[in-house]
Ligand binder design. Structure first.
Ligand code: ADP
Ligand code: MG
Ligand code: MG
Length: 203
């Protein structure tokens, strides 16, 4: 398994396409248990990140993902901007100086990303947040190496599993038990991140 800088660029661009495509669904999910802006936040942030990546040339994957991270941090409001921004910033640090990522290097980035989300948001697995998707994907990668199709399947399954949970962090936690019965919007956007990875790896 290897991910070239070209594929890593396509990943960022494909994430953006997915966020545009599912913008309304992301906001509808957030309408049910939050303030209804998750689609808007993701679509705006990743569009800006895609523009930045398209307008630049990079010596390594780390520099590219650092740009993506700082764009997300500066352009996306709310909880998700800093959380996704931190995730990509930590991954970027792990990918510094690399123009290709093997399974181990990619996994190091994902581990760092998860660590960043945890430190920033203080959530744990099962709190009905984006981490409910990221943590199992990371665990599987650490255990078995990177299999993008498997990561996609796990992300979809784990996003679905947030429906029955009670939110413990973020706006949805204000609803308590009433947050049950709806998928977490950040879990769904995270599912899209890994769906995009599986697609660009296959191509
Ligand atoms: P906001 O809630 O500020 O409007 P968004 O709607 O863009 O921001 O993002 C909401 C998503 O952010 C949630 O669905 C959840 O997945 C994620 N989230 C919120 N708080 C946390 C946290 N403390 N840790 C991890 N993820 C969180
Ligand atoms: Mg919101
Ligand atoms: Mg908001």
């Amino acid at each position: 398994m290897e991910l070239s800088a070209a594929v890593m660029k396509q990943w960022a661009l494909r994430i953006n396409e997915k966020m545009q495509e599912h913008k309304d669904k992301l906001s509808e999910l957030d309408q049910a248990i939050g303030d209804g802006d998750h689609g808007h936040n993701m679509a705006r942030g990743f569009q800006e990140a895609a523009n930045k990546v398209n307008d630049s040339s990079y010596d390594d994957i780390g520099t590219m993902y650092k740009d993506i991270a700082s764009t997300l941090i500066s352009k996306v409001g709310g909880a998700s901007g800093p959380l996704y921004g931190t995730a990509f910033l930590k991954a970027a640090n792990a990918w510094k100086g690399r123009d290709v990522l093997d399974s181990e290097a990619f996994t190091e980035g994902i581990e760092a990303a998860v660590g960043g989300i945890e430190t920033r948001g203080k959530a744990s697995f099962g709190d009905k947040t984006m981490l409910d998707v990221w943590i199992p994907v990371r665990d599987e990668m650490k255990e078995r190496g990177v299999d993008t199709e498997q990561a996609n399947k796990t992300a979809a399954k784990e996003a679905e599993a947030t429906i029955d949970r009670v939110a413990k962090k973020g706006r949805a936690s204000y609803l308590g038990e009433r947050s049950k019965g709806h998928m977490d919007p950040g879990a769904f956007s995270s599912q899209l991140v890994f769906e995009a990875l599986a697609e660009v790896y296959k191509e």
